[in-house]
Write a new protein. Structure first.
Length: 316
């Protein structure tokens, strides 16, 4: 018997700087009700869903930075979302900015949680591949200061949930094949990825017309190469004068897009996904046990950048 999961995209339109968390959460709750009416088991929200994408601004004062971070999850303002999920018996994935105090030291992460149908958090992921820069660069139309405000995560775990093996990633993680492969090696059958992606790429503006294409390409390649479902969900539209791509979609293990949003606003789309469909690829073309040759890939973990010459020797 096949294992099915009804997955809802919970794409958000723009969230402006002055928008309060309760305002945004009310939008998300409306989408959650819509997803449940469409028989969804889980709804996937974007990266940093609760606020505007604040890394586009340079800030120095701790109190100014802290306003964008959640100290508790759930907290006072996010409790209504958890309460509704419990009432409706629907799970969700939520991207947010996390502040953790550990041994008296504050740590800041770009995080996501996976929540079950009882509104219990069953997994937390912290973004590994932080893009952008760490210092103010005034030549840019807008900043991309994730390296300033966040620490990178250090692993790609998976969880047994929703009758399958689930993984999480965030935004720029989707561009790195290692993201999917590490979870694929743990048997991931579905990976949830929230993102905020501007159309304009300041260091390489010649790629602006390809922003949406590169997004979909990354999701499709990751799904196909690892025989798993991938769900990519955007915060889309013109946010604080910055145009962000939409393109939220659900990709099958075949690499085919089976459902997608058509707007750049708040939108719910649901797909009926067969987790056992993964096995067609995991047992044939991408049978890791049968075909992988890890001894030939040592450079992937030994070196961080382009440190090798064509003959395999280290660059000076």
């Amino acid at each position: 018997m096949s294992r099915y999961i009804n997955v809802a995209i919970g794409q958000l339109g723009p969230v402006n700087r002055e928008d309060s968390r309760p305002l945004v959460i009310n939008r998300m709750m409306k989408m959650m009700r819509e997803a449940k009416a469409l028989a969804a088991d889980i709804i996937i929200y974007p990266e940093l869903a609760l606020t505007t994408f604040f890394p586009r601004w340079y800030m120095e004062k701790e109190e100014e930075i802290d306003q964008w971070f959640e100290k508790d999850m759930p907290g006072k303002e996010t409790n209504p979302l958890f309460s509704l999920a419990k009432e409706l018996k629907i799970g969700f994935y939520l991207g947010y900015a996390e502040k953790e105090i550990k041994n008296g030291v504050a740590h800041y992460y770009n995080s996501a949680v996976l929540v079950d149908k009882n509104a219990d958090i069953i997994g937390k992921y912290r973004k590994v591949h932080l893009p952008g820069h760490s210092e103010h660069e005034p030549w840019r139309r807008f900043q991309h200061l994730e390296k300033r405000y966040f620490e990178p995560g250090d692993r790609f775990p998976v969880w047994s949930a929703f009758n399958g093996v689930m993984g999480m990633a965030l935004c720029n993680d989707r561009r790195w094949p290692e993201t999917y492969r590490v979870m694929g090696l743990q048997g991931a059958e579905m990976i949830f990825i929230g993102y905020n992606t501007p159309v304009h790429n300041a260091p390489a503006p010649q790629h602006d017309d390809l922003s949406l294409f590169h997004n979909t390409l990354s999701l499709q390649a990751g799904a196909y190469h690892n025989g798993c479902w991938v769900v990519g969900v955007a915060k889309a539209g013109c946010e604080e004068g910055i145009e962000q791509i939409g393109g939220s979609c659900i990709v099958a293990p075949s690499g085919e897009v089976v459902a997608a949003c058509i707007t750049k606003g708040d939108e719910v789309v649901v797909a009926h996904c067969d987790l056992d469909f993964c096995q067609i690829y995991k047992r044939t073309t991408f049978n890791f046990d049968l075909h992988r040759q890890p001894h030939a890939y040592k450079e992937i973990t030994q070196y961080k950048g382009e440190t090798l010459n064509a003959d395999g020797s280290l660059r000076s």
